[in-house]
Design a protein around this ligand. Structure first.
Ligand SMILES: [Zn+2]
Length: 69
């Protein structure tokens, strides 16, 4: 998947999102218990890092943010 502009639920605006790195996918698998996390993107707005999928703007309740490395 390529980086793309998607609506961010927590920013409440359209923002650039990028696919997760392998390290981030590994973290998200542990956090969610999901076996497959390839469909998720991270919001690239400063300090946001909220996670959404390509189709669902708010897949997690509460929202999940990728930790800063
Ligand atoms: Zn955001």
């Amino acid at each position: 998947m390529k980086p793309q502009t998607l609506f961010c639920y927590t920013c409440d605006s359209d923002e650039m999102h990028r696919p997760l790195t392998e390290e981030e996918k590994s973290w998200l698998r542990g956090e969610t218990g999901r076996a497959k996390v390839d469909e998720f993107f991270m919001c690239e707005a400063p300090t946001c890092r909220n996670v959404r999928s390509g189709y669902v703007k708010r897949p997690f309740h509460p929202v999940i943010r990728i930790p800063v490395p």
